[in-house]
Design a protein around this ligand. Structure first.
Ligand SMILES: Cc1ncc(COP(=O)(O)O)c(C=O)c1O
Length: 433
């Protein structure tokens, strides 16, 4: 049989797409350009990218200043081994992110999952280097931290990790008191979660990892800022480390540069990726407190952090990240203003009988469709996705959870079109037999 002969029609014979079941999915459409908030397909159709292409496209597709910074850097130094060398864009980025995050040390990797892996390794080995092995890791129910093994292990067990269950290490789990507009029972759920956390922290704990303010992949599940402050207090009392996975929430997505800043907490370790390069290039970073770094400084070679990737601190990624930070710091009103721009639209939708649990934080607006059996495989979101696509809007619901997370450059007219398309789709779904 020739290679690729078994590819169903519409699918490329040599590609394997992520999290995609070819037997049932619609074949992907070809995109040939990106312009601001829009994607342009091979047949010339324009689609508003209302989820920033898996939450990475921060300012907009093709943002000229980032494209220029990458091109300029490519002409000077495109890549160099980062074990024996350093270079100016890496140093500038480290200095800048340290100042912005309050965490003095920066370790480079390639994506969100690896940024989490590094945070876990640093936390684990730091205790070991001190001679006091703390063996418990605590994470939250519904967490998603990536698809590599360590990241999967701290994530909630799910459809994504089921096949690998026997290979994942044990993690203690705390309920996540997700909330939404007009939630009357949030305090009760928060108290329950804090009680579980307190009980678990009686066991010596290396680290507690969380997605600050919003759990993304499990359905844009938002918690109150005060809850995170309570969590931080208990983690400090127990002497454990706090890891903030800001892969989704970093770089203005919650209205502040970092969700931790919005919540008023200071983690010991922070994982960043996605918006780091404005969404132009794959890169991850793990920021750490100086005291953690110092815990690895020792003539004994076994105290070294033996972790590194071929493309560590890729100069093109660093240049993109610096240009992206110029925009974020130069025009903070753009990310700070997103919440107010979403609000009237979401308020209008919230009255629709097909909508439940509306919620909003910074540039992330979400709600659930009314369905009988919620979950990632629930088809209701897919039906809505197909309907809004006809209206020129690209969404990728998480089961029955519909959310918008558009690039910051989206204009009022485009945002209005997104919500109008959703409203029409909700009406159509409501009428379906
Ligand atoms: C909170 C969080 N952490 C980690 C990851 C993994 O990032 P990546 O897909 O770049 O490996 C994601 C991806 O969606 C995420 O949302």
């Amino acid at each position: 049989m020739p290679i690729g002969a078994a590819a169903p029609s519409g699918w490329h014979p040599h590609l394997w797409h992520p999290t995609t079941q070819v037997a049932t999915a619609t074949p992907p459409e070809q995109v040939v350009r990106g312009e601001g908030a829009e994607l342009i397909t091979a047949d010339g159709r324009r689609l508003i990218d209302a989820i920033g292409s898996w939450w990475v496209t921060l300012h907009g597709h093709g943002e000229p200043s980032i494209a220029a910074a990458i091109a300029d850097q490519a002409r000077r130094l495109e890549q160099v081994i980062f074990a024996d060398f350093s270079h100016p864009p890496a140093e500038q980025l480290a200095t800048r992110l340290s100042r912005l995050s309050g965490l003095e040390r920066l370790f480079f990797s390639d994506n969100g999952s690896t940024a989490v892996e590094v945070a876990l390794k640093v936390a684990w080995q730091w205790w070991r280097n001190r001679g006091s092995e703390r063996r418990q890791l605590v994470a939250f129910a519904g967490a998603y931290h990536g698809d590599t093994f360590g990241a999967m292990a701290v994530g909630e067990r799910s459809l994504f990790s089921d096949a690998f269950e026997p290979l994942l290490f044990e993690v203690a789990r705390v309920p996540w008191p997700a909330t939404h507009w007009q939630d009357e029972r949030v305090e009760e759920r928060e108290a329950e979660a804090l009680a579980v956390l307190e009980r678990l922290l009686e066991t010596p704990t290396a680290a507690v990892i969380l997605e600050p303010l919003v759990q993304g992949a499990s359905g844009m599940r938002m918690v109150r800022e005060s809850f995170l402050r309570q969590v931080e207090r208990r983690v400090r009392q127990a002497g454990a480390l706090l890891i903030a996975d800001e892969v989704l929430t970093g770089f203005g997505r919650t209205g502040e540069l970092f969700a931790c800043r919005r919540a008023g907490i200071q983690p010991d370790l922070m994982a960043l990726s996605k918006g780091l390069t404005g969404g132009f290039l794959p890169m991850g970073v793990t920021l750490a407190r100086e005291a953690l770094f110092q815990g690895f400084v020792d003539p004994d070679p076994t105290r070294t952090l033996y972790h590194g990737h071929s493309f560590t601190a890729n100069p093109l990624g660093c240049a993109a990240a610096l240009a992206s930070l110029d925009l974020l710091e130069g025009f903070p009103e753009r990310h700070r203003g997103m919440e107010a721009r979403h609000r009237p639209h979401l308020e209008r939708l919230a009255g629709h009988p097909g909508v439940r649990q509306p919620r909003l934080l910074g540039g992330i607006a979400a709600f659930d469709l009314v369905v009988e059996s919620p979950g990632y495989l629930n088809p209701a979101g897919k039906r809505l996705q197909a309907l809004v696509r006809h209206e020129g809007v690209f969404l990728r619901p998480l089961g029955q959870v519909i959310y918008l997370l558009p690039p910051l450059c989206i204009d009022d007219n485009q945002l209005e079109r997104c919500y109008r398309a959703i409203g029409l789709a909700l009406d159509a779904l409501g009428e379906a037999p």
